[in-house]
Design a protein. Structure first.
Lengths: 80, 635
């Protein structure tokens, strides 16, 4: 899966979690940039992303991801 | 990586959800969303479906689902459990408005309820508590006395919370069992060490169960479910550390299902009857082809034992009050012959309340069975090994539950048991007798068909009513009957057991319980009436606060005889009138004309919600003639 595939997947997951098809993510997007992407929706996003990709992020990463690009990079490394 | 089939399923679900949301008609939209609830198995599915329901027209929801307000108060984070609870509720005909308490706030929220919780006025309070505080308060070398007093204090505190929940909110309480999320400290010795976490949790659950039984609180058995599914399916250390979720999001839908089952049991929505196919279901082989001697059943063959296990499970269900019926494509004489002649049968013919063997369509036969037993089609579970029959029944009668049976009979019992169709919150003497009582009812119906008139039929039944106040012996059954009865229920009021006990002990009230016995058997305690002074201190008028009757005895004049008795009791107290109100619900239309039929006069017009008040002047009351004589009440 390329980084672009992951970006597309994460966009779809966040749209599903927030039921908002207007969401567009880029590698630079940060959580506060997306309406309603609060800490609860963030946990839900991580739960669903981990389950769909069959990977686990570690605690430190989940606490420190700043941009969507950070999440993509971590997922890509785990899938490699 | 998740399996492709799973991805496929999730994609199909999202597609259907989009179609449902796109429905322009709000009733059709809600209908489509309700159907989707059956397939919302994933965490994300439930979140999405829940959101779609929340955005739907509340009136359209209220038209098909019973709304209940449910507060989840917890010592851990529970927000993520809400969608799963709501979606599981939809599967059983409820729409839960949910109040999710703050992390760790359960004690405070009950003892000093916020304006918000008061305004919410929960019907049901779910207490989801963790064993962590107890476990961390005790060192491993704590003395047996310290352990004992800590355990005792924990249960005392919970009971106080239950009491508060009932008194402050008039709510039904569901207490979650304690969940053993702790890793072994000693290993096998954990069970023997007084303060080892595993032993503490086990002890706590034992005591909790005993207290819950005494206080009439229902348990939400997370301990059992997690033992069944495995700890990893329910607890994820990462989610606990990240978000203080003690129940993992992966188990959210399972948790919701447990909540929904128990609430359904409390509201009388559990299934009542299981209808079995015979050939290759209750036994192996086709009896019409191979003959009784060659059926695969019982010891000596693994397949035969698998069918026997299903029969044994069926018998256990019957012992707890589930009605058994048979619906088979067979020659009736041959089918019945197998019951009486095969030596390995665990079930006997008399265990089956309604036995239908013919060559007709099974959906039609199921209708007949429901009618013969006088229960709704939504009370039936249909168990058949044949996928074509299952598909036919699902299509023709969507309200009948049809578990998907695996090809291997080894898994039949599990497939039936895992669905929670028959969840119960009490087990009384009356439950144990119920199956026999339904079988007798089928005989009564045969008598009615033979009788030349209704009057002759009722006279021939030789009926006797045994009545008395609600005493300690009747408390559990009376409470169960009040809370489970949806049809003959004048006000829809629900009471907890201690509330019924309080009402019965108050000399200003009249509480009545009625058993109906006839020549075919004892129907058990089938009706309860609670009368209270119409206004505080004004006991010259008694108001029927609750009156319920089991649908098993409809049409036997018990309502007339019960009113005769109520009138006598009220007169003996010096009352001059009995007042009542009829609160229409979507299930009690069958008694819409009860009060005028008994001679009550309307007091004014019905209010905006359709509630009608009624009054019966006792000076003019003539006892209604019935074929029921009075018997001596049981102790």
């Amino acid at each position: 899966m390329t980084e672009q595939d992951l970006l597309a997947l994460f966009t779809r997951i966040l749209r599903d979690v927030l039921m908002d098809d207007s969401i567009v993510l880029s590698m630079e997007t940060r959580r506060p940039d997306v309406p309603n992407w609060d800490s609860f929706a963030y946990v839900n996003f991580i739960v669903v992303a981990e389950s769909e990709l069959g990977i686990r992020f570690n605690l430190a990463e989940v606490e420190s991801f700043e941009t969507v690009g950070d999440i993509v990079a971590s997922a890509a490394a785990r899938l490699r | 990586v998740s399996a492709p089939a799973d991805d496929e399923r999730a994609r199909a679900f999202r597609q259907r959800l989009r179609q449902a949301i796109a429905q322009p008609n709000s009733a059709a939209r809600v209908q489509a969303l309700c159907v989707l609830a059956e397939d919302a198995t994933g965490y994300l599915d439930a979140i999405q479906l829940d959101r779609a329901l929340a955005d739907s027209d509340p009136d359209a929801i209220g038209a098909v689902l019973e709304r209940l307000r449910l507060a989840v108060l917890s010592s851990t984070t529970v927000d993520h459990l809400v969608p799963g609870i709501r979606v599981a509720g939809v599967r059983r005909g409820f729409y839960f408005d949910v109040f999710a308490g703050g992390f760790g706030q359960y004690r405070h929220e009950l003892m000093q309820p916020s304006q918000q919780l008061r305004k919410f006025a929960p019907d049901v309070i779910v207490l989801s508590t963790s064993a962590r505080p107890l476990v961390s308060a005790l060192r491993l070398d704590a003395s047996a006395d310290d352990v004992e007093s800590a355990l005792r204090a924990e249960v005392v505190e919970l009971r106080a919370l239950w009491k508060t929940a009932r008194e402050q909110f008039d709510a039904v309480v569901l207490q979650q069992t304690f969940f053993d999320v702790f890793e072994p400290v000693f290993g096998g010795f954990d069970r023997l060490a007084a303060a080892a976490p595993a032993r503490l949790v086990g002890q706590l659950n034992d005591r909790l169960a005993q207290a819950a039984r005494e206080d009439g609180v229902a348990l939400l058995d997370v301990a059992r479910a997690s033992a069944r599914d495995g700890l990893d399916a329910w607890f994820d250390p990462a989610r606990w550390l990240q978000a203080k979720m003690e129940i993992s999001p992966a188990a959210a839908n399972r948790f919701g299902e447990l909540v929904s089952r128990v609430v359904a049991a409390q509201r009388g929505r559990s299934r009542k009857c299981v209808v079995f196919d015979l050939d290759d279901t209750l036994w192996g082989g086709v009896v019409g082809d191979v003959g009784v001697e060659r059926l695969v059943l019982g010891e000596g063959s693994a397949v035969g034992e698998a069918h026997l296990e299903l029969q044994r499970y069926a018998r256990r269900l019957k012992e707890r009050g589930v009605i058994l019926a048979v619906c088979s494509k067979n020659d009736p004489a041959i089918a019945e012959d197998a019951f009486s002649r095969h030596p390995e049968m665990a079930l006997c013919r008399s265990d089956i309340a309604c036995f239908v063997a013919n060559w007709q369509d099974k959906a039609e036969n199921l209708r007949c069975i429901a009618e013969a037993l006088n229960i709704g089609l939504d009370s039936l579970v249909f168990v058949d090994d044949n996928p074509a029959e299952r598909a036919r029944v699902r299509e023709a009668l969507p309200m009948v539950a049809v578990p998907e049976l695996p090809a291997d009979p080894a898994l039949y019992v599990r497939a039936l048991a895992s669905q929670g169709y028959f969840e119960a919150v009490a087990f009384t003497q009356d439950d144990a007798m119920r199956a026999a009582s339904y079988a007798a009812n089928v005989q009564r119906d045969a008598l009615r068909a033979e009788a030349t008139s209704m009057d002759q039929f009722l006279q021939g039944l030789d009926m006797e009513v045994q009545h008395g106040p609600i005493g300690a012996m009747q408390l559990e059954r009376a409470t169960q009957l009040i809370n489970k009865t949806n049809q003959f229920n004048t006000t829809g009021r629900r009471y907890a057991a201690d509330e019924v006990a309080r009402l019965a002990a108050d000399k200003g009230n009249v509480t009545l319980q009625f058993r109906l016995v006839d020549r075919l058997g004892d129907n058990g305690l089938v009706s309860v009436m609670i009368l209270r002074p119409a206004a505080p201190g004004a006991d010259h008028e008694l108001e029927i606060d609750a009156w319920v009757m089991s649908c098993r005895v409809f049409g036997r004049q018990l309502e007339d005889e019960a009113m005769n008795i109520a009138a006598e009791e009220a007169r003996a107290r010096g009352a001059i009138a009995i007042t009542a109100r009829f609160v229409p619900t979507n299930r009690n239309g069958v008694i819409g004309h009860l009060f005028p039929g008994l001679g009550f006069r309307p007091s004014g017009a019905a209010d905006a919600t359709g509630v009608q008040r009624w009054r019966l002047a006792l000076s003019a009351y003539e006892p209604r003639p019935t074929h029921i004589r009075r018997g001596n009440p049981r102790p």
